[in-house]
Design a protein around this ligand. Sequence first.
Ligand SMILES: [Zn+2]
Length: 316
Amino acid sequence: MDSREGKSLTTRNFISHAHSDHVAGFESKTVNYSTIETKEIYLARGGNVLDFKALKFGDTVYLDDIEVSAYNAGHILGSTQYKIQTPETSILYSGDINCVDTLTTKAAKASSCDVLILEATYGHPFYVFPEREDLYLDIVKWVLKQVQNKRSPVFQAYSAGKAQEIVKLLNTFTEIPVVTHPTIAKVNKVYMKYGISLDFINSKNEEGKELIRKHQCVYVIPTSRSSMQIENACWAIVTGWALKFKTATYGIKTAFPLSSHADFIQLKNYVEEASPRKVYTVHGYKEEFAKFIHEKLGINAKPLTPLHQRRLADYL
Ligand SMILES: [Zn+2]
């Protein structure tokens, strides 16, 4: 963007991505910055945006003597990391990150900084995910086996991000029609608008209903719809938590640890690449990962509690 915003103390929101726990700012009356993809996914999921300015990866916003730059976070379409440069210091806010390439996103890369605010969803050494290619192969094999046995594979997936990756995976490696729940179909359209081709049928259409009835498709539904009754279905869920919890936890038969978050190794590498003097961890295993960073990487680190999220000066 490279535009001077002029001197002002007005608050601005920088929104990392369109998942529901990251979009509260969109409803506020202040200026909201995000990628256009983030805004459109948010709107597709029923959100409302009051005051908005679009950012692209590589753009910098100048606010008085502070610069805010946007970088790819690799988590879902449009997901963004923000680097804040002040005259005294630099702060990198990761948002939710994923540091490997997927069929729908590019790996996030760390940027060097003084202070790092890092998600730690899977910041425990237990969470090391299999290679993505191996997971893709496992999922495709499982689908083909169900189809061969005349069962209907049904995937439960987060409606923004994971569901589109599953559709893309099945489009890429099989010729089986993919039917998606309308909630997912709306987000699919945003992905398609921004360059990710997806071949799917909306389950609310007659064609979709017919394919489900005849067990001639893979059906992808949101995780929130686990109570749906689908005849002859064979269920699977895709989530990083699948590494730990038995599939019985989900009341279904199969779980694949396909995640849109960085695993423990990715997080460790990310911290080393950013090379900060101070790290604040948020979400998930924030206590454990802060302890690891402090003890094993020799970097000052602590988990961030909500009370600390009030003043920029508290972090410096
Ligand atoms: Zn997220």
